[in-house]
Design a protein around this ligand. Structure first.
Ligand code: HEC
Length: 149
């Protein structure tokens, strides 16, 4: 009887742990700010998970790319404040928000830039930038990291 109880308890603990770790969500506090809707972020897929930035200091190169590719939706400052970005549903994310910056690792940002709407919430208008080289996408990640308020 005791053994059975212990086994049951063990199973329950494993299930609880899996629930606590699973999903890659951040408890619904996506985007931190007030402009963006609450988004449960999806988990980073296996082929992107735990990738790290080979060019973490390439902020200047990343800034040029960001100004050319991202500001139309995410705004000049990356905070989502652009007419196009605000007209989208969901709105373009505030990339300066601590609620975003603290919730994700570089692998998430690199994945989202690469696959765009495919990794986003329903109806996302985020562009996929798989035509940029990997190096360029990592340079953008370095710049996005510098945007944290
Ligand atoms: C055509 C508009 C558009 C362009 C261009 C665009 N984005 Fe987005 N982006 C969005 C929208 C809308 C969202 C919010 C929905 C989502 O997460 O997919 C978003 C979300 C994101 C997210 C996820 C934020 C979060 O809170 O999880 C990142 C990171 C991001 N964009 C980075 C970029 C970068 C970097 C560029 C330029 C290389 C870029 N975006 C270009 C529209 C755009």
């Amino acid at each position: 009887m005791k053994t059975k109880l212990m086994i049951l308890c063990g199973l329950a603990c494993v299930a609880a742990l899996a629930a606590a770790c699973g999903g890659g969500t951040n408890g619904g506090k996506a985007n931190g700010g007030t402009k963006a809707p609450v988004v449960l972020r999806k988990a980073v897929p296996a082929d992107f998970k735990d990738k790290t930035n080979p060019t973490p200091d390439a902020k200047a190169e990343g800034e040029k790319l960001f100004k050319a590719q991202c500001v139309s939706c995410h705004g000049d400052n990356g905070d989502g404040d652009s007419p196009t970005g605000k007209a989208l549903k969901p709105v373009a994310a505030d990339l300066t928000a601590a609620g975003f910056q603290d919730a994700v690792k570089d692998d998430y940002i690199f994945w989202r830039i690469t696959t765009g709407a495919a990794g986003g919430p329903e109806g996302s208008g985020m562009t996929a930038f798989n035509t940029l080289s990997e190096e360029q996408r990592w340079q953008i990640v370095a710049y996005v990291r510098s945007l944290k308020k």
